[in-house]
Design a protein around this ligand. Structure first.
Ligand code: PLP
Length: 368
């Protein structure tokens, strides 16, 4: 990691997003942010305390991440999406000991959890995951009722919730959401006393009928919309911005070219600045020749190919650019050309991938 490259995470933006999201749900509905993949690259270590004050629980992918939340002092609800099959007994047992809610998505997951609960001598809490059409994890809706019976017949395990996940809540064609909801209702109707949940960010924002007892927003907590297809986009504030310092500024005469493959040639005498970030730091090579960074508030186009640890930007039109100047690689202004959502569009990917890649490679620091 480079000292001169920083991902700044805004605590006030996080709080703002939580407030905006809270306002979308009815008072009794629980808000359970998804903090998988180190908070989508925002850094659980640094934002945990901000989130912990305002939420009802956390959802993680991996068992180890669930235990990390306990180590950080979170005593409330934690849901783990994946199973601990392949973890050591030590981890499996610790999940039960620490009251982490497991996901049951198959008979084998159930027996794995049961064994851990037996070893520990304490009941394991579980939510059942139902596949209502996404075709990924979960028991098919048609088998869910039988699965509920199976879980309830295991004395070491306590069923506390049932959930599903939407495949296309953020797509242009969202007709499958209604179909998945019908399937989910066919399983959960009559299941009083259990925590029912289905919505991630997109469904939470656009489909109030999907809220049930709890919502699981991820990307929206961090201030991005899942896609440009939402009908009711909200006033989210992106939490991540990325800054560096220019490490070189040079003149390149008309007709000269820059970068691997010499893909960019200058039509006029130009000034080029070198930015110390590349695809090795999580800045997508697909942004070569497409994105801009900002220097002193002005946009500088990325010219030529993005290398592993550096890239060149055209600063011909920006007066007074010097080595050591601050360069804004990712802007926290959602309307800026270098916002996460705009860069995702340019790289033909989703905001999630942008923040995960950058966050895993760049030191994060919390700002207000
Ligand atoms: C990642 C994930 C979420 C959160 O999705 P966002 O689109 O980031 O809000 C919710 N539920 C499950 C099961 C997930 O895997």
């Amino acid at each position: 990691m480079k000292n001169y490259l920083t991902a700044t995470i805004s605590a006030s933006a996080l709080r703002h997003n939580i407030t905006v999201l809270r306002a979308l749900i009815a008072p009794g509905v629980k808000l359970c942010p998804v903090v998988k993949d180190d908070c989508y690259g925002h850094g659980l270590n640094i934002i945990y305390h901000v989130l912990a004050e305002h939420v009802d629980g956390f959802a993680v992918a991996s068992p180890v991440a669930a235990l990390r939340l306990r180590e950080m002092g979170w005593e409330g609800f934690v849901l783990c999406f994946l199973s601990a099959y392949f973890d050591d007994y030590e981890v499996q047992d610790e999940l039960v000991r620490k009251n982490v809610t497991h996901t049951v998505m198959s008979m084998s997951a159930l027996s794995c959890i049961q064994s851990a609960a037996k070893r520990v001598g304490r009941r394991a809490l579980v939510h059942l995951k139902v596949d209502t059409g996404m075709g990924r994890l979960g028991v098919p809706s048609s088998q869910a009722r039988d699965m509920i019976k199976s879980i309830r017949s295991v004395p070491e395990v306590e069923l506390t919730g049932i959930y599903t996940h939407f495949a296309s809540a953020d797509e242009a064609d969202r007709s499958s959401v209604a179909e998945q909801l019908v399937q989910f209702h066919s399983v959960v109707d009559g299941c009083e006393g259990l925590t029912l949940h289905a919505a991630g960010s997109a469904a939470m924002i656009d489909f109030p009928e999907s809220h049930f007892d709890m919502v699981r927003p991820g990307i929206a907590v961090y201030g991005c919309h899942p896609s440009g297809n939402l009908v009711r986009p909200t006033q989210l504030r992106p939490c991540m911005s990325v800054f560096a310092k220019l490490i070189a500024v040079k003149h390149l005469p008309k007709g000269s070219c820059c970068g691997y493959g010499l893909t960019h040639c200058f039509k006029r005498d130009s000034r080029v600045a070198v930015v110390p970030i590349g695809y090795g730091d999580g800045y997508f090579r697909a942004l070569s020749g497409k994105a801009v960074v900002r220097i002193n508030g002005a946009a500088a186009p990325v010219c030529g190919r993005v290398s592993m640890d550096q890239m060149t930007v055209d600063v011909t039109d920006i007066p007074e650019v010097h080595v050591g100047d601050k360069v804004e690689i990712i802007s926290a202004d959602p309307l800026a050309p270098n916002s996460v959502e705009n860069l995702a569009r340019l790289a033909d990917t989703i905001p999630y991938e942008i923040t995960c890649h950058l966050g895993h490679n760049i030191r994060q620091s919390l700002a207000d």
